[in-house]
Ligand binder design. Structure first.
Ligand code: ADP
Ligand code: MG
Length: 424
């Protein structure tokens, strides 16, 4: 892929945008791009530099993503903090062509890594609540303030936010404290162009992390304690996002997170994100994907997917089942699947208790939260705004204070203005 039209090869220390950004180490890659940790010499911070492949269709895709990200970045700062921020964008010419580059705030590991780190056991319920709260605030912001559908919500596309100040701790910044890889070679990554001061800081941080290795050892089956992590996260990857009034793709979403109306091609709106959100919440709590459809003898992956949905949620209302352009491929005129007949109904509540050993009350409350989001009729699913009001999210002291609406912020404001009046 490192050829004309493909990825741009980057070496540590490479400069971008006239020397403003200096490449440090590779963070990841996707079908369209490579993503690098870079040092922003203008703001003295670390950023994620996403360098797109250079062929025309990738340029097109990048321009679309920049379009979406720019509009998101324009919103009210308090609500936009649960979606990734675009800092800058520019073009970079290399041997393989001209590459669109996006400069994004530097975030940590994805939720998929968090679940893997926890050995696919499912996270404690209050962690699931905290994460759900973050995603919902992000979704509410996208849906209501921008009319944007994400269309590709999944664990990989929600990244953790570090609570560590990047300026104080360049190694650990952006990486969730427990998930980082201490073997990361930061000394080699810090380039000569960055002051020696930073280098020293980085070495100190490496020493600090190495000292902690004991508790992070990779002993098989050792239990990992994630109770101490303050979980914050942000929604990323807007390459497939669209404005609800301008949907451009018929087939959206990653298979396992795909809503029934997308499979049936019955049109879609914001509620497809709510379906995927429910799939994410289940996966966080159990460590398993909610639906993992497979092709079988005489039926397609799509039909298996619909069957799995009905085994969990009951029969799809005939009106919904027959409403799509592809409905006839799967359903007969009674609204029964054509090729998969005997469905084994295993409702969510029972599944959570019997397979995942949740307590009766946890299972009951969690199902009450999820089931409305998994309504076959898209228009009946709660919006992100409505979902944020659900009692399940308000449980005990699960939600950090500063995330409880703006009410606490208002109180502070009132206090200050009172003070001003008094002083005046
Ligand atoms: P693509 O559009 O090519 O799929 P993504 O936006 O999904 O690219 O990014 C690819 C990978 O780069 C991600 O899976 C993640 O590991 C990493 N990454 C992306 N954005 C950031 C960021 N802001 N901070 C840290 N890592 C990131
Ligand atoms: Mg991606």
């Amino acid at each position: 892929s490192y050829r004309k039209g493909g990825y741009h090869a980057v070496r540590v220390g490479d400069q971008f945008a006239g020397g403003r950004y200096i490449a440090q180490r590779k963070l990841g890659w996707g079908q369209f791009s490579t993503v690098w940790l870079a040092f922003d010499t203008t703001n003295d911070t670390y950023v994620a530099l996403k360098i797109q492949k250079s062929a025309a269709q990738f340029v097109q895709a990048a321009l679309h993503e920049i379009d979406v990200l720019s509009s998101i970045a324009d919103g009210a700062p308090s609500n936009s903090k649960f979606v990734v921020q675009l800092i800058d964008h520019f073009k970079h010419t290399g041997p393989n062509g001209q590459h669109q580059c996006m400069v994004l705030e530097f975030l940590g590991d994805s939720l998929l890594r968090l679940v893997r780190y926890n050995r696919y056991k499912g996270l404690p319920m209050n962690k699931v609540r905290e994460i759900c709260q973050c995603i919902l605030i992000g979704l509410d912001y996208l849906h209501r303030e921008h009319g944007i559908i994400h269309t590709d919500l999944k664990l990989e596309n929600v990244l953790l936010v570090s609570t560590i100040d990047p300026a104080k701790d360049p190694v650990r910044s952006g990486v969730s404290p427990i998930l980082e890889r201490p073997e990361g070679n930061i000394n080699g990554a810090v380039t000569s162009l960055i002051e020696k001061k930073l280098k020293r800081r980085a070495r100190r941080a490496v020493a600090k992390i190495s000292g902690q290795r004991g508790s992070m050892g990779e002993a098989p089956n050792s239990d990992r304690n994630i109770d101490g992590i303050d979980v914050r996260c942000k929604v990323v990857d807007f390459g497939n996002a669209c404005w609800a009034d301008k949907p451009f793709a018929e087939e959206i979403q990653t298979r396992q997170y795909r809503a029934p109306e997308v499979i049936l091609q019955a049109g879609y709106s914001f509620s497809v994100d709510m379906w995927s959100f429910a799939c994410i919440a289940f996966e966080l709590a159990t460590g398993d994907m909610l639906f993992t459809p497979k092709v079988g003898q005489g039926f397609s992956e799509d039909e298996d997917h619909l069957a799995l949905m009905m085994e969990l949620l009951g029969k799809m209302p005939r009106k919904v089942a027959t409403a799509g352009m592809k409905s006839k491929d799967f359903f007969d005129r009674h609204g029964d699947l054509k090729r998969i007949r005997r469905l084994k109904f295993w409702p969510l509540n029972k599944l959570l208790i019997e397979r995942y050993k949740l307590s009766e009350s946890d299972a009951h409350e969690f199902s009450e939260f999820l089931l409305p989001l998994l309504d076959f009729a898209p228009e009946k699913r709660p919006t992100a705004e409505q979902c944020l009001q659900h009692p399940w999210l308000m449980e005990k002291d699960s939600v950090p204070d500063e995330m409880r609406n703006e009410s606490s912020v208002e109180k502070v404001d009132v206090g200050i203005s009172n003070l001003k009046i008094k002083v005046g």
